[in-house]
Design a protein around this ligand. Structure first.
Ligand code: HEC
Length: 278
């Protein structure tokens, strides 16, 4: 039974990752030969016209900026022209996706921006470059994904994550209780079965609890001092969290060992049917 809970949690975790990745996976780009053929011809005229009607209101007629950032002399977009395409098609933050533009208009205006006001790319941006560029994952997205922290959580993801935690905890408690008490409860007096190894184990975990306690307090003192100093130093939250987690873990391990090997004379009055279902 505990394994059922743990395996279900793992399956849900995979579904959860699938949900996250679906959000961040790039859409395939279909390369339309008619659009490609006209890009160089169209951008100086059509591009300028589209920019005037769709972008200038926010970015300024000369790309000098306004509500939107300055596009003139923008080294970032010259280095990564595909980004301009992504911005136009997907939008971001205060910039709405320009979904009213036809595909050729998107390439025309992107190339107009990439060739104007000090911006200069050698070859015009083409669908092939966009297709290639989109297979590379944005490092910011990658960072989020590797930490399993998407930009925003949907209700279903919160629901799944909560369920995973509940199942995992349930499974782990079950595994522990099988280990500590056996698959079936035997009502009666619990007899001590301590071994030298268990004694070593409990002493080690107790010593480690104290050690991590000392390290935690020391870290907190350092961090408070750094925080209050004239030139404030950022607290080392990772170390604090690690020590705190280790204190709890070591404490749990020594309590577990105590319960299995050292707790004498516990009277188990319940019968097996009244216990957890495993
Ligand atoms: C409603 C206002 C608005 C319109 C219309 C608009 N933009 Fe933007 N644009 C923004 C804002 C705001 C940002 C900054 C978004 C962010 O980074 O969060 C931005 C960012 C950009 C960037 C990225 C600049 C950089 O250096 O990061 C590009 C490129 C861009 N827009 C191009 C365009 C083009 C081309 C059009 C027209 C097809 C357009 N925008 C239309 C508001 C707008």
């Amino acid at each position: 039974m505990p394994w059922v809970a743990i395996v279900s949690a793992a399956i849900m975790w995979i579904i959860l990752l699938f949900l996250f990745n679906k959000e961040t996976a790039p859409e395939p780009v279909v390369v339309d030969p008619a659009v490609v053929a006209n890009i160089s011809k169209e951008w100086p005229t059509l591009g300028k016209q589209v920019f005037g009607s769709a972008c200038a209101g926010c970015h300024g007629a000369e790309g000098q900026g306004g509500v939107g950032p300055k596009l003139a002399g923008d080294g970032k977009i010259v280095k990564d022209p595909v980004y301009v395409h992504t911005m136009i098609v997907k939008g971001k933050g205060g910039m709405p996706a320009q979904s009213q533009l036809k595909e050729n208009e998107v390439y025309a205006v992107a190339n107009y921006v990439l060739h104007s006001w000090g911006n200069n790319i050698e070859e015009p941006l083409t669908p092939a470059q966009v297709a290639e560029g989109q297979t590379k994952i944005d490092p910011a997205v990658l960072k989020n994904r590797s930490r399993f922290v998407p930009e925003d959580l949907k209700l279903i993801e919160i629901f799944l994550a909560t369920f995973i935690m509940v199942l995992l905890t349930y499974g782990l408690i079950g595994l522990y209780s099988v280990w500590a008490e056996g698959l079936e409860l035997h009502p009666g007096i619990h007899k001590v079965r301590s071994t030298p190894l268990a004694t070593m184990g409990i002493l080690t975990t107790m010593a480690l609890t104290v050690l991590f306690g000392v390290l935690f307090v020391r870290q907190m003192v350092t961090d408070f001092a750094g925080w209050g100093a004239k030139e404030a130093v950022a607290p080392n939250v990772t170390a604090e969290g690690f020590y705190a987690a280790m204190i709890l873990l070591m404490l749990a391990a020594s309590i577990g060992l105590y319960k299995k090997y050292f707790m004498d004379g516990e009277v188990l009055v319940e019968d097996a049917s009244g216990e957890f279902p495993w």
